[in-house]
Write a protein that binds this ligand. Sequence first.
Ligand code: ADP
Ligand code: MG
Length: 198
Amino acid sequence: MLVEDLIEQTLILVKPDGVKRGLVGEIIKRLETTGLKLVALKMIKPSKALAEKHYPKDRKEFIEGMGKKTLENYQEVGLDPIKMLGTDNPHKIGLMIREWLIEYLTSDPVVAMVWQGPLAVSLVRKVAGNTLPFKAECGSIRGDLAFDSSALANTQKRAIKNLVHASGSKEEATYEIPLWFSKEEIVSYQRIEELVML
Ligand code: ADP
Ligand code: MG
């Protein structure tokens, strides 16, 4: 196996709550100190078309995944999905959350980044922490810096404000990165860790 085959790229967005709370630097610092390499960065107020592509309606596993995770969480914390959301169908819940996510992502600027390195996708997920801040480990971005919950968010019919988006898998990263960056916007250089470890 070649070392190049172990190198991954992943997309991270500092969502509008992160930008408005002045946490862009803090979030970048936490990613930067892992040794991963920042290879693209821009601030952008996403269009509706971009947000719709980023959260694709036809990616069944993504839509239903959000619905199922929400139902599990509701059961765990004793919330009734029918009362809160009007349905307990995971697909319908997923589609509802997707609408809120598009509203959230297009509401204000975001900072989009591509980070690169060995196991970049899972490393960044670990640094980001669980989707739900109360479940995210201390030391993670969402665990240390956020307290929003599905109960709070869904009572207000909005997405959970958890500061960042991070690609969930290599496949998701491969789909997402070209939505946000052209090939020319992704740069190439050496970080000092590469001399030590790669
Ligand atoms: P992650 O961002 O950890 O990959 P998902 O892909 O499952 O999580 O969901 C995408 C985003 O949708 C989450 O980051 C969060 O902002 C939002 N979200 C997930 N579940 C809910 C929910 N029950 N209510 C509102 N927003 C939600
Ligand atoms: Mg996700």
